[in-house]
Design a protein around this ligand. Sequence first.
Ligand SMILES: [Zn+2]
Length: 337
Amino acid sequence: MPPVNRNNPRRAGSSDSRYAVMEFMREFPDDAACLDYLWRTLYSSGGRHYLCPKCDEMRTFHRVQSRPLYSCAKCGYGIHPTAGTIFEKSSTSLHLWFYGIYLMSSTRCGISAKQLERELGVTYKTAWRMFNKIRSLLTQDETPFDGIVEVDEAYIGGQAKWRSPARSKAKGVRRGSGTIKTPVVGLAQRGDNENSGKVFVTLARGNRAPDFVGHVMQKVLPATTVYTDETPKAEPLEKWGYHHGRVNHSQKVYVSGDVHTNTIEGFWALTKGGIGGVYHSVSTKHLQSYLDEYAFRYNNRDRVGRGMFTAFMERVIGEAEPRLPAPVSETPSVERS
Ligand SMILES: [Zn+2]
């Protein structure tokens, strides 16, 4: 057996970990490394050169030691790599931000602001603010679904703890639609050989058929095959040009050939388990951002190793890009008319 280098811990081959904390710490040992990452990714495409807006030439930029700033070697023009990102104007260190993102990206079901507070050693208020900023990056995109799409409703969120099951029964409150949980609609585009399945989840607009169909029409291309359970709200789908198949859950039929809603139901199970286990309960006001987070995790579930952390960082970078001057190529331009 080869000797173990205790100063250079390595992840065990059998480990399920995606991006071990030691790997993270090696890559981002301090604030400067985090700032350098932003600089490289947002401005210089990996190197030191950038088109200085003041000189209007490709210049070498150096990191200013005492401030979170890179400056042009020729004219001293300064660029804040955090400009336009969620880190801008934050008094929390960049290293803690990155570590917070690492923590949120390395757990399967997410972590709460309370856990973040404990892990980072910041106040609860700071942790809560960071947590919401990071989650605000995880919004779902508008790319339409096609192929085979499963659509299903669920009730998620607050738990009616004070209402005993007996009382609920006495009052005629059914599980699901009668409780204070919030109705949500989920759509799952099934995977194929090239792409894995994706979900899109949103708060339900209302409880009528046009609301239900409206969700489908907004996200799913016409003439797509749509599978639902026996809900009468899905009735008009055929009229709107979708190929509609349904499974009759009330008759204990869960799969009829290819027709089932198991993909989206699997997602509900993850989300309900996560929200119940990590966050305990979620108010309607915040529910959409939790749904976004779970959809983001689900839609990026194939990204292994550093992948989930990278997926989070891509959102950080993507959010910043529109506010920045277009990064130019690394090669300094010599031709100038
Ligand atoms: Zn310059």
